[in-house]
Design a binder for this molecule. Sequence first.
Ligand code: FAD
Length: 388
Amino acid sequence: MRVMKFDVAVVGASPAGLSAAASSARTGARTVLIERELASLPNANTVFDGMASAACLNVDQFSLHQVRGMRLVSPAGHILEIDARGHFLDRKRFYAHHLNFAADCGAEIIESEVRSLSRSSDGMELSLSRGDVIGARIVIDAGGVDSRLASSLGFKPMRHPEDVAWAVEVDVRHPGIGEEDRFEYCVGSIAPGWKATFSPAGDDTATLGVFVRRHGRDVQGFLDAFLKRFIKRRVDSYHGMERMKILETRRGGDPIAALPGRIVDEGIMVTGGAAAQSGLAYSMRAGAICGEVAGRAGLAGDASRKRLSEYSRRWWLELGPEYILGRASLETLRSMSDEEIDRLFLSLSGRNLLVPGGLWKKSANAAFQLTRAMPAIIPRFLLNMLRF
Ligand SMILES: Cc1cc2nc3c(=O)[nH]c(=O)nc-3n(C[C@H](O)[C@H](O)[C@H](O)COP(=O)(O)OP(=O)(O)OC[C@H]3O[C@@H](n4cnc5c(N)ncnc54)[C@H](O)[C@@H]3O)c2cc1C
């Protein structure tokens, strides 16, 4: 059995893990990134410019297809269009780039599964499936929504784990389908609690998926219903739409509304999906903050909870308000019937929902438009804000 020593060990080459490993290594801390299957790619593929720039992420060079905005579709088919430039990413190139970047920054990359995590006299100890043991002052759990590393040490990194959205997404092929210029989000009973999506990927490919909250992990039935509805809506636009080909299926959890719980303890930090920091861009930003704090603490030989809490504080200050607003919005949507959503869409039609500016300007505008369109939902939204 080989024992290897590092300042910081990152578990999981998730978007958050890749960026945590790079920023830890950049501080000069001896850093290792451990991933059980380097050939598998994380799920996320769609990102909007607003989020990417807030997360200091450059995505243009990985864009397979650019869109000019999103189309929101209500249960009865009413439409709201929002302009916001976005990209469908070449996942292979994007994640390979970030893996190489972590290695270039000095992180050692190991392909193996972490079987267990325990505390030792001089820090943390990770046992790997290939038989090695890794000793590290600080472990970063970036192993995604199903990671059990933090809970094996007795703490809960997600505040509302029951609110993870379970997703199934398919890559599809049909002549011209990837050339559309808007992402599409359908809401209401077609995907309770959140959304069903269409993301054009350029040329003849796109993805279709459902993200469902509080209906268990098996959401295939919702996808089947969504595919039928999607084909029906597009049948006049594309010849032979009924023969649209499904190429690949992906499943997983997206903790969009789950909110972080305790994400730091003595010698351990949690980031990305494992800490309910959902979304490609924002989870990479969370990983960057986490890795930087871990690297500096590792070099200083101080893995105390107090020292590592700088990560939690910085995350809540920078990104926390958006996640709280997001959860309150999704909880309000979850409480609305299809008829209420249809009425809301009709009243909002033609109004400018997205204005340029920071989070508070955007939120104030959205709140103003919502209040004018459907005053009855405002108390529900405020209650959900208070209940975070
Ligand atoms: C189907 C689907 C589609 C999505 N699409 C988008 C999108 O288009 N845009 C967007 O912004 N967000 C999207 N999301 C959300 C997004 O993927 C996540 O919120 C975000 O990328 C964070 O990833 P993650 O932390 O969940 O990690 P994951 O992507 O789940 O990665 C975790 C990694 O850790 C590794 N790992 C776990 N345990 C161990 C262990 N014990 N030892 C070694 N390795 C381990 C796994 O192999 C895996 O590689 C999507 C989510 C799903 C489920």
